[in-house]
Design a protein around this ligand. Structure first.
Ligand code: PNS
Length: 202
């Protein structure tokens, strides 16, 4: 049960809408003005997304059906040398998710749980592809829980067709001129090739 509607809303004429899971997808104005009356589940999907792939988009799509809001948050990590700047990655993700009304895209620095707290996200959303992911992801989930015991990590099994897919695989294929159009949206494929054309001109 995601929505807890209290008595003082019984006279409210505006109704909220539910999705097929029974979750509220649209909140009426009187509910927004009365935040105590509704329990909204916000999931935070943190990551590097350098670049976002069809595997990530699969998790975002499915997450957006399961949770009231999904925040896709790009980690600003000065220790990594990414292919795309944070700003470029934010734009890429926004373009690919603009059809999903309950998906917000942002960046953060520091601890994921601190960003989650600031944004009232009770759930950390992560995808699991293969067994080797599980070890790392479980360790991360446990670590995060020691930092904030109210946070829950929810894993979604990546769809079978994307079980091999990672941003690194995409970059490696593109760097050697291979086709990545089946792995990332077309405009991102274009941007990757452009990046490598600049850094490794033929
Ligand atoms: O897409 P990635 O690189 O697998 O994402 C990893 C990420 C960003 C989720 C993880 O590195 C992270 O949460 N970093 C923020 C620092 C932090 O909170 N560390 C404690 C948990 S291990």
């Amino acid at each position: 049960m995601v929505a807890v509607v209290t008595e003082n809303l019984q006279n409210c004429k505006n109704q909220h809408s539910y999705n097929k899971f029974g979750m509220i997808t649209q909140v009426s104005p009187c509910q927004i003005n009365n935040p105590d009356s509704i329990y909204f589940v916000i999931a935070l999907y943190p990551g590097s997304f350098d670049p976002i792939t069809f595997g990530h988009l699969d998790i975002i799509n499915r997450g957006s059906r399961l949770f009231d809001q999904v925040i896709v948050a790009v980690l600003r990590n000065p220790q990594k040398a990414p292919l795309f700047t944070v700003q470029e990655r934010l734009e890429q993700i926004r373009t690919c998710t603009k059809h999903l009304e309950n998906v917000k895209v942002d960046s953060f620095a520091g601890l994921t749980v601190e960003y989650a707290k600031l944004n009232n996200a009770q759930v950390l959303l992560r995808g699991l592809r293969v067994l080797s992911d599980f070890e790392k992801e479980l360790q991360m989930a446990h670590t995060n829980q020691t930092l904030w015991d109210e946070v829950e990590t929810v894993f979604l099994a990546t769809s079978n067709e994307y079980s091999f897919l990672s941003s690194s695989v995409v970059k490696e294929i593109a760097r050697f001129g291979g086709d990545v159009k089946h792995l990332v949206p077309p405009h991102i494929a274009q941007e990757i090739y452009q990046c490598y054309a600049k850094t490794h001109p033929a």
